[in-house]
Design a protein around this ligand. Structure first.
Ligand SMILES: [Fe+2]
Length: 287
């Protein structure tokens, strides 16, 4: 069975048409969605606003849902809440609240959970309440970026290993965001810089804000290369910028997609999206 899709961008991404992702699916119904995910790297579903249970059900088709890091409002659950709303009071956080600093950290290009040992296959970000304007989520493909790298640079990065670190990324914003306990809970991890998709052999780069060092390199040399690769990956014309509507849900492949949040009038409008982050079942089995 093939899906009807509508491309989101020339290089990657597709809207899946005619599928209500809030409804239960059989494994057979899900198979073409997984194929489309491997091909397009980003899938958009438009439909009714998802409940938490519906989002978990969709997530479990892709793999094992990670428990969110403790620094999030929803830490310890399966959701990473992306919101300016304090759910204890139902009011918007004041501009100087530390949650607002976290939201700013999301504005750097990154791959979710790249700082975790088991990494992440994909994230699902689903809207519950969105502002009338602003707050787009931008995504870009490091698979497309890898393909346009000059041949010598491809050779140079082929066997490199990158050290990813949550505290490195957060400290660049503000040294006081993470507690010592949170730092200890997320020690640096290593991943190959060049990722190979096992379904189609396509190569991509696992880079972004958590990518702290090239293993064995100085900080200066590491920064030069890693910043160059992010810059190469993110020219304006290569970006898909998603303007959210209530009920939208986006799946992106964290092995080959970088994403970032963009500003909105966060002291005026409410914005609430929930993210699930999913690890491939085979990686969990191998761990
Ligand atoms: Fe993210």
């Amino acid at each position: 069975m093939s899906l009807e899709v509508r491309p989101l961008h020339d290089l990657f991404g597709a809207e899946v048409v005619g599928v209500d992702a809030t409804r239960p699916m059989t494994a057979e119904e899900f198979a073409p969605i997984m194929d489309a995910f491997e091909t397009y790297s980003v899938l958009l579903f438009r439909g009714p606003v998802m409940t938490d249970a519906q989002q978990i059900a969709l997530s479990e088709h892709f793999g094992v849902v990670q428990v969110a890091f403790k620094a999030n409002q929803t830490g310890g659950s399966m959701f990473s809440r992306q919101s300016n709303i304090n759910f204890e009071t139902n009011e918007i956080f004041p501009a100087d609240h530390h949650r607002m600093t976290f939201l700013k950290a999301n504005m750097l290009w990154h791959s979710d959970s790249s700082y975790m040992d088991c990494g992440s296959l994909c994230s699902i970000l689903a809207s519950r309440e969105v502002p009338p304007s602003g707050g787009n989520t931008e995504v870009v493909s490091t698979r497309a970026a890898y393909e346009r790298l000059p041949h010598d640079l491809k050779n140079r990065i082929e066997d490199l290993t990158v050290v990813h670190s949550l505290s490195y990324a957060r400290d660049k914003m503000d040294m006081s965001i993470l507690t010592d306990e949170q730092r200890d809970a997320a020690p640096p991890v290593k991943h190959p810089l060049v990722q190979v998709n096992p379904a189609n052999g396509k190569k991509s780069m696992l880079i972004g804000a958590h990518a702290a060092f090239i293993d064995g390199w100085s900080e200066e040399d590491s920064r030069d290369l890693l910043d160059e690769l992010v810059e190469h990956s993110t020219p304006q014309e290569s970006i898909y910028s998603h303007a959210w509507q209530n009920g939208d849900a986006i799946v992106w492949d964290n092995r080959c997609i970088l994403h970032r949040a963009t500003p909105f009038e966060s002291t005026k409008y409410r914005r609430h999206l929930e993210r699930t982050t999913i690890t491939d079942r085979s990686w969990v089995a191998a761990a």
